[in-house]
Design a binder for this molecule. Sequence first.
Ligand SMILES: [Zn+2]
Length: 235
Amino acid sequence: MKKSPLYQVDMNCPVCKVTFKTSKVKTSRCILKSRDADFCVYYRDENPIFYHPVVCPQCGYAAMIEEFDKVSSSEAGKIFANVGRKWKQKDLGGARSIEEAIDAYKLALYCSRLKDSTSFLSTASVCMRLAWMNRYRDNAEEERHFLSHALKNYKLAFENENMKGHMDEMTLIYLIGELNRRLGDYREAVSWFSRAVSHNMRFQKPVIEKMAREQWQLCREHAEEGKKDERENSV
Ligand SMILES: [Zn+2]
């Protein structure tokens, strides 16, 4: 029998102080099938992304696993007042369906808004994963909704934050271009792709440079098609 890639770890909730179990995924057992141009990943079996947010079953506090402990006492009070009081016990610590993963991400997004320390980059990353979850289940409207929130927050991160250790600047510029392209703003997309391909990190990031050139080309093709449609409509 094939072994499940899931395993359980103990977590301590910094808001209500209970200990509970949450699932993690042994990534060595996960087989990557493909990746979209905005880095959305597809796995053959279990998708580790489903398990990045941790949710306390007792009070509903949720956050990405690496940020779960980062709560000040005033933030914990705010989270308990806004989430804990209304929370009906629910355990998202086992195997998660896509709907449960989406619930976990939405809770994490909501709780992150109650923390003063939340960065634009971390909000963008949660929104991005919510967009991918909706892509997996073919909900284009919700996907677009979260892509546009991700874009807004990535741009704010680019303008205001030091991203050291999280994402390099050239990749972020490329991703802002790609999100604009996916949302149909081709002119804006082209300006970000052109910034990416002329970035001083291009020699260290040949894959990103190639991706930026390919997506730029897609924008050009779209512009050509648009012009053709205009000509045909004017005849
Ligand atoms: Zn709790």
